[in-house]
Design a binder for this molecule. Structure first.
Ligand code: ADP
Ligand code: NI
Length: 214
């Protein structure tokens, strides 16, 4: 059953926890994923309560953010119990955030609509205008360049450069961002992704034109 107080309490808890996060999984990323997930849930007629809570909690157990994943899962479980989410709903929410935080879960089709929506919303935040901004912000934080013609193709990298994971922002478009459109689970997300994808292609065309002095 939809319970707005539980959503609000959870939102405040996550906001406080992530306000100073620096890995691209800050509170505003969560807030955007949450809003996008609501849009998708309405279009796809999914269970909004489950979708909203899973979207809000989706990064709290990510091993890029927490030292101990099992502990983080426990904490989320206690939280849900504490705010009065039924154990059946808690299980559904935890299953969603565990499956989508699983790295390389790329090709595995998620088995509930609610999980598919949260994953789609998370992926939509990695493309389009926001996705471009996040990509350059991430590269900057790693000390990677905007673009390096030498490093843009795996074949041109030395073994050491490749091992060190030395990359550049534009390379990340080809390695990941331009692939996300075709990985969307739901029709509603695919529709949103089309537009964001086209914008990135346009962006890259302009980027390379300007790179060449045109
Ligand atoms: P997720 O949110 O799916 O866990 P990541 O932690 O891999 O994704 O990435 C967080 C953000 O940083 C995303 O917007 C992603 O596109 C961007 N990012 C990840 N790796 C790179 C990279 N090597 N270069 C530029 N941007 C990156
Ligand atoms: Ni995320």
């Amino acid at each position: 059953m939809y319970n707005e107080a539980i959503i609000n309490d959870t939102k405040e808890m996550v906001r406080e926890k992530l306000l100073n996060e620096g890995t691209g999984h800050d509170w505003y990323h969560i807030e955007r994923v949450w809003k996008t997930a609501v849009t998708l849930a309405e279009k796809e007629k999914a269970n909004r309560f489950i979708v909203e809570l899973a979207a809000l909690l989706h990064d709290l157990i990510d091993d890029k953010l927490v030292a101990n994943k099992d502990e983080a899962v426990q904490e989320v479980m206690y939280w849900l119990e504490g705010v009065g989410v039924t154990s059946k709903d808690s299980e559904r929410i935890l299953e969603i955030i565990e499956t989508i935080s699983f790295r390389g879960g790329h090709s595995k089709k998620l088995n509930t609509l609610e999980a598919q929506i949260v994953q789609d919303a998370d992926r939509l935040d990695a493309i389009g205008a926001i996705g471009i901004a996040r990509c350059f912000a991430y590269a900057g934080s790693k000390g990677d360049p905007l673009f390096d013609p030498k490093l843009s193709v795996r074949e041109k990298m030395t073994e050491e450069e490749y091992r060190k994971g030395k990359s550049n922002a534009v390379h990340h478009f080809y390695e990941k961002l331009l692939k996300l459109k075709d990985l969307m689970n739901t029709g509603a997300a695919r529709e949103m992704a089309e537009e964001r994808h086209a914008f990135m292609e346009d962006y890259l065309t302009r980027f390379f034109n300007e790179w060449e002095g045109h």
